[in-house]
Design a protein around this ligand. Structure first.
Ligand SMILES: [Zn+2]
Ligand SMILES: [Zn+2]
Length: 263
């Protein structure tokens, strides 16, 4: 793979979330091996105990997460720009909890992701049969409204995997709900996670789709490249294709440091 210099992978996990493998040091080495200049860890944020507990670190593990990323940062200093971030969840009612965590450390980058429609973890393969019970137009309207809500909290730098409900192939009947969400995202100055994990899923398409990549670009929204790696071997996954899709749309790529976008 020959990537242009200077790229960063800004969406990666660690085993603290209980569904990823490999020491963070191995993710950093994989980033170097892939020819990347930077790597931002964005593991799943701790949430209130009642929310999605099997899929994230506990609150009392947050310090360990920060310390581990800081160690890897020091170890790779001068070779790889390692940054500290979080993939936070937007779930109505948990905003104050998330806000407190974001105030506790000097994060470089915080992604805001919607993983639940009510009590349904809609991106979990175990619960994918639920799609058959739903009207897809209504589903995407509900999801799009939650994305707008996430943007409006002011807590996040970007929106994670914009068109995630398509993961198992359940595409939106039309893009209207997500276009409304993009209007809000643009108006509030957030970025979009350009997430290559979709190319590893049944839908076989990155988040966002080529069409939504163009729509975001039209609105002036920048993209933050991320593999959503849950294993070292996934770091930088298909970044050449990601860059091609963003470039074809005329879009621009940024990274975040100290919660500020850098071109
Ligand atoms: Zn995960
Ligand atoms: Zn996610």
């Amino acid at each position: 793979m020959s990537l242009p210099p200077g790229l960063s992978d800004s969406h990666t996990h660690t085993p603290l979330c209980k569904h990823a493998t490999g020491h963070p040091r191995e993710y950093a080495q994989a980033a170097l091996d892939a020819g990347l200049a930077g790597l931002c860890f964005t593991d799943h944020i701790p949430m209130p105990a009642w929310y999605d507990a099997p899929w994230r670190m506990r609150l009392d593990q947050l310090a360990e997460y920060v310390d581990t990323v800081r160690e890897v940062q020091a170890e790779f200093a001068g070779r790889l720009d390692v940054r500290l971030g979080l993939e936070a969840d937007f779930h109505p009612g948990t905003e104050r909890f998330v806000e407190r965590i974001l105030a506790e450390h000097d994060w470089d980058y915080v992604i805001g992701s919607v993983h639940y429609l009510g009590a349904w973890g809609f991106d979990n393969p175990e619960f994918a049969a639920e799609y058959d019970e739903r009207d897809l137009g209504q589903l995407y309207r509900h999801y799009g409204a939650l994305v707008e809500g996430a943007a409006r909290t002011g807590l996040f730098d970007s929106i994670g995997h914009l068109d995630l409900p398509k993961k198992f192939g359940h595409r939106a009947p039309d893009d209207s709900a997500l276009l409304r969400a993009l209007d809000v995202v643009a108006g509030l100055g957030l970025a979009l996670d350009f997430n290559t994990a979709g190319w590893r899923k049944p839908v076989a398409e990155a988040y966002p789709s080529p069409q939504l990549t163009r729509e975001a670009t039209t609105r002036g929204i920048p993209f933050v490249l991320g593999s959503d790696a849950h294993a070292p071997g996934e770091v930088g996954f298909r970044f050449g294709d990601a860059l091609a899709q963003v470039t074809a749309a005329g879009g621009r790529v940024v990274t975040f440091a100290g919660r500020q976008a850098r071109g």
